[in-house]
Design a binder for this molecule. Sequence first.
Ligand SMILES: NC(=O)c1ccc[n+]([C@@H]2O[C@H](COP(=O)([O-])OP(=O)(O)OC[C@H]3O[C@@H](n4cnc5c(N)ncnc54)[C@H](OP(=O)(O)O)[C@@H]3O)[C@@H](O)[C@H]2O)c1
Length: 265
Amino acid sequence: MTTELASRRKTALVTGASGGIGKGIAEAAARDGWHLVLTARKTGDIDAFAEDWRRRYGVQITALAQDLSLPGGADALFDALQARGITIDCLVNNAGIGVFGEFIDTSLDEELAMLRLNIEAPTVLAKRFLPQLVERGGYLLNIASIASFPPGPYLAAYYGSKAYLRSWSEGIAEELASRGVGVTAYCPGPVRTQFADRANAKRSALFSGNHLPDGDEVGRAAWQACMQRRRLVVHGLLNKLQVFAMRFTPRTLLAKIVRRVSRPA
Ligand SMILES: NC(=O)c1ccc[n+]([C@@H]2O[C@H](COP(=O)([O-])OP(=O)(O)OC[C@H]3O[C@@H](n4cnc5c(N)ncnc54)[C@H](OP(=O)(O)O)[C@@H]3O)[C@@H](O)[C@H]2O)c1
């Protein structure tokens, strides 16, 4: 690839890119010829596939280790890109975790770290990178969830964090449309990734289905929705039908239904 061609290519920053949905998004972007900045707490897994992608897709890949649940973590990531002189055309706020259990029993420290990762980090990163995105007519992709629609017993704070992400995303999408930035809130249902294990939710009936999509499938669809500058997309027909039905279901009943389908198996 000539240096001129390489420098004309666009760059996407993907958080939580070492596996699951983030890795799927990153590969879809690389396939489209985008340079990548990929981040997670540990970069070992990213290094393992990055060399193959560089060869296969002819793109530049920078891996950066950053814990985005730490206070100041998102600012440190912004500073690291500034120090390397990297400007981005697309920010993908994907990194996120859940904390499963009855709220009275769950760890407050874990929940506060989750809120910093799921809410604070995307907000700070968007604030810092938006001037670049406006200048370059770029994209902001926020990975929310169908959990953003109903109340969520057993994952109550997680559902609340995703409700914030989706609502905030839809709000700034309207503000930024006239500035040429596409903002997408992508809402998957349950996906076969490390998420349930890490949330201690493996025992929840929510993740017991045999036909859950994997991170590659969801990541590809999310990237496509982002490139089409769609504002709100729910992944898959079944999830779409569920979200539609929620509109006509009283919230108290909805909470009881979610409690039933989420309870430990
Ligand atoms: N899986 C589902 O059922 C599902 C459904 C709807 C929405 N989502 C959303 O999709 C997004 C991706 O989840 P996933 O299912 O792909 O989960 P995953 O397989 O557990 O991947 C999570 C990614 O985030 C990174 N990460 C975790 N904690 C981090 C931290 N403190 N700082 C920086 N990076 C961190 C992980 O790498 P390290 O561990 O190395 O940091 C990994 O790259 C999340 O926002 C999740 O809420 C998932």
